[in-house]
Write a protein that binds this ligand. Sequence first.
Ligand SMILES: Cc1ncc(C[n+]2csc(CCOP(=O)(O)OP(=O)(O)O)c2C)c(N)n1
Length: 684
Amino acid sequence: MSANASPTVAVTPAERPAPPAEAPAIASSPKANAIRALAMDAVEKANSGHPGLPMGAADVATVLFTKFLKFDPAAPDWADRDRFVLSAGHGSMLLYALLYLTGYSSVTIDEIKRFRQLGSKTPGHPENFITTGIETTTGPLGQGIANAVGMALAERHMAAVFGNDVVDHKTYALCSDGDLMEGISQEAIAFAGHLKLSKLIVLFDDNGISIDGALSLSDSTDQVKRFEASGWNAMRVDGHDHAALTAALDKAQTSDKPTMIACKTTIGFGSPNKAGKSSSHGSALGADEIKLTRARLGWTAAPFEIPADILSSWRKAGERGKPVHAAWDKKLAALDAGKRAEFTRRMKGELPAKALADAVRAVKQSLTTTPKEFATRTACEFALESLIPALPEMIGGSADLTGSNNTRTKSMKAMSASDFSGRFIHYGIREHGMAAAMNGMTLHGGIIPYSGTFLVFSDYCRPAIRLAALMGERVIHIMTHDSIGLGEDGPTHQPVEHLAALRAIPNLLVFRPCDVVETLECWQLALEAKDRPSVLALTRQNLPQLSPISLDSNRCAAGAYEIAAADGKAEVSIFATGSEVAIAVEAKKLLAAKGVAARVVSIPCFELLLEGPEAARRAVIGDPPVKIGVEAAVRMGWDAIIGNDGLFVGMDSFGASAPFKELYKHFGITADKVAEAALQKLGK
Ligand SMILES: Cc1ncc(C[n+]2csc(CCOP(=O)(O)OP(=O)(O)O)c2C)c(N)n1
């Protein structure tokens, strides 16, 4: 709470104590009351949900949606619409009410009646893949504001490339105390302030209440000062005073910095006994309290009914964007035809198929004549040197590990507050903020973002990666230093459980290529996976070029393939990923010297193998007497391939600090150990 700080705009309202049960009617906006009534009714009917935030933030949302937000309910995907992110996703009824009232066809009154029911367009938290008009999936607090930063950054980049005539919109986010308490919000705020994302406007629902009670139980941050310290323009307003809100939003329109407006509100506004209390946060008000609240707000319509004049004035607000949209269509039509086609292609997320195919083929051709012994992180940079010129939508970055991740090619200019046309982003040491901003960039459209950090820090990105997978968004994470093979940095930096943990996320592709050819092919697959995120786990240490090159096909597309066939009928199948494929190939030679025929299968992507046709899976896994998995990581997940009686050579503890070759020996991940294990199982 920040009651002692001086206001920048309008008045700082006094604390509003909850009024007694018999409180008299209060002056309130009928439009905002429509939101309040819908939130009360829907939560009551579902007997589940969060009425407090929608009731408290109804005035803020009303001013924003009726006076400022540029949108067209008839064209929810209009490229130049303002983006609105409800970062506090638990207040989903605020968004559903707004979509219904302004006239989006996705949310009807029947859908509001089906709030939180199976198959409805109104699930507990906003899901952008379910309900048209919702920009991003929120619920895990803090993600939305970081998504908004990515959206605002994407807007600046696209404007730099295609011009302000066709790209000129704002990004608004409504955040709660919880959003701003989460650590990710600091990453997002600091990054946005540094980049002077002046078209980003955060509306803070400053109600001083969270689930446990008053915010004073756990926080005493002055949020205005905090934002100011991060380079924002910040102000305080009475969040129920439409004139004050309008003045603040007006001021934000021309700011040269991102703006935060702390809107002092009362959670559960209008409820005589629950307003200002955490009891209105996350459960139905109850029939009696709803009755009292209606009386207090002067709301006489039946449940789920919006009086015609109020609905009509909301619908009129929804029509505001129509002429603006029509004018924009003309601006798009006036663009040079090539530029227009490119803008449209990029916003649709379509790849330049021929350019990509040509780039991949050219690199393969060069590797046919000049094989490379590269670390796969270097192989990644090698691939990027050809992919970056071919795909202008690729925007790279790193969380301060650029030289280690090899994600920046020679031609890439860094993005900055004074030049957003660059294609490389220095995210700073902000892995979580980076991953969430990348989600926002993809959601904005026109961009395929890729990151860089160490695989061990995928834990720091995980909540955002999970949401990318849930939303089905193409973001690509380059995660290097993918095992004990990173050596001397030791166990804090050596991932052992991370591959398994990432493979556990549904809809995420986890690639671990074994050499330069597979790295290129995995890049191609990640780019082509329009509806899912990918992680590429890459090595620090050099690896030989082992994969046979197929100019016209992508061997990694099946998830696994036989990289070295057995001489004769295989007694042993060795399955390996990434850096351990070379070890498996050595083990095969050792077994051959003992008269044992072995084959080696490289598995660059478990998901593609396990999702693929059963016959292909059976064929590549085969059924030899001995199956061995080799991966410098934990066994979890491997039984799907080697069976629970399969052998596994990998890690079952944390690593250690030493040169990498010594570590492989120390932890027994060597060709000798693989061959030994196979011979023992065969009784030889
Ligand atoms: C990362 C995360 N942690 C916890 C929760 C559970 N949760 C939902 S709302 C909330 C806090 C509510 O306080 P506030 O953000 O101030 O929202 P308000 O009470 O104003 O609606 C919590 C802890 C969550 N959604 N996301």
